[in-house]
Design a protein around this ligand. Structure first.
Ligand code: GRG
Length: 327
């Protein structure tokens, strides 16, 4: 079973220096002669972020013996794609807070945010071409297409209290887990892994990404705005039927169920304290965390296919932290 962070061994980070090189490369590749692009892309990238997707590229390529410069480029590419999706998502969701500061849409407006997201996205494709490998282009073209499908599916599911859990899981696989999957797969592609190892890497990314989004959805109810760097309760305000609400409805009595249905249908954040109480009382938060833990455990089990070493240990640590995180 997965260990908790308190008892997990703290290991030295095998990609610390490579991550510094990725950060430098990100700054270099961000450059544009257009001042507003520099300003907004610097604003969001400079705010930090956990850099999980680049870590996946680097840890899989390291574990599989590739340490060439293409890994740094691919790590920067997945962070650019991730950042483009955040810029677009915050416009779609009308979010006000991200990474502990005003979202780019709140600070610079929707149009500027969407267009700078387009810049980052297309810069990522220029960088892919520079890597010169059709397989890399294929993996990332497929991934970005699926991410966009996930976001549209989610839009179709808004305000639907009857959403099936399987359909919810499909959306999070598409919108979030797909980029985790592509990042891990690209590390394996660089490491010229045999097909079964590449597939295990991809499934690792998919399972970890699913665990990660389940916790994201959980933290929207039980997290703290200061730690999260974004506003809790945003999902409810938008009428997003996420797993904590779907499970609470399955478990609650008729009156509480009706209250949650109504909140999803109308997007009522004023009812957050009442809904939080129901979600807690019915055990829906623990059940969501346990669904995430199962996904993380699946990811962990796939690591057996990688050679033992510091990179594999760091991937194991990512599994643990994806479930026991507060930001
Ligand atoms: C531009 C390809 C493209 C698509 C646009 C808007 C959209 C379609 C997709 C949005 C997908 C999305 C934002 C999914 C949520 C993913 C998620 C969990 C984001 C938060 O990731 P963290 O916690 O963020 O890793 P940090 O800030 O740490 O980098």
């Amino acid at each position: 079973m997965l260990d908790t962070p308190a008892s997990a061994a703290v290991t030295a980070d095998p990609i610390e220096s490579a991550m510094r090189q990725v950060d430098a490369l990100i700054r270099e590749r961000l450059r544009s002669e257009v001042a507003l692009i520099d300003q907004i892309s610097g604003y969001i990238i400079g705010a930090g972020g956990k850099r999980i997707r680049p870590r996946l590229v680097l840890l899989f390529s390291e574990a599989l013996g590739h340490v060439g410069p293409a890994r740094l480029e691919l790590a920067a590419i997945v962070e650019f794609i991730h950042t483009a999706t955040l810029l677009h998502d915050d416009v779609v969701d009308e979010s006000a807070l991200r990474r502990g500061r005003a979202t780019a849409n709140a600070a610079f407006g929707n149009a500027a945010s969407v267009l700078v997201g387009d810049f980052l996205y297309s810069r990522a494709f220029q960088m892919m071409v520079s890597v010169g490998r059709m397989r890399v282009l294929e993996v990332l073209a497929d991934a970005t297409n699926v991410i966009a499908e996930g976001e549209v599916l989610q839009l179709m599911n808004m305000h639907d209290p009857d959403l099936a859990v399987d359909e919810y899981l499909r959306v999070i696989r598409y919108k979030t887990a797909k980029l985790f999957e592509a990042s891990a797969r690209l590390g394996a592609v660089l490491g010229e892994a045999p097909p079964e190892v590449e597939e295990a890497a991809a499934e690792f990314g998919r399972s970890l990404g699913t665990a990660f989004q389940l916790i994201d959805d959980l933290l929207d109810y039980e997290g703290h705005t200061d730690e999260l760097g974004k506003n809790v309760g945003d999902d409810l305000r938008e009428g997003k039927p996420t797993l904590p609400l779907l499970l609470a409805m399955e478990r609650a009595g008729a009156d509480d169920r009706a209250l949650i249905r109504d909140a999803i249908e109308h997007g009522e954040v004023q009812r957050l304290p009442q809904i939080l109480e129901i979600v807690r009382r019915t055990g829906a938060l623990e059940a969501t965390r346990s669904a995430a833990a199962q996904q993380a455990e699946r990811a962990r089990s796939l690591l057996a296919l990688l050679p033992a070493g510091a990179a594999r240990e760091a991937l194991l640590e990512l599994c643990v932290r994806s479930v026991h995180r507060s930001s």
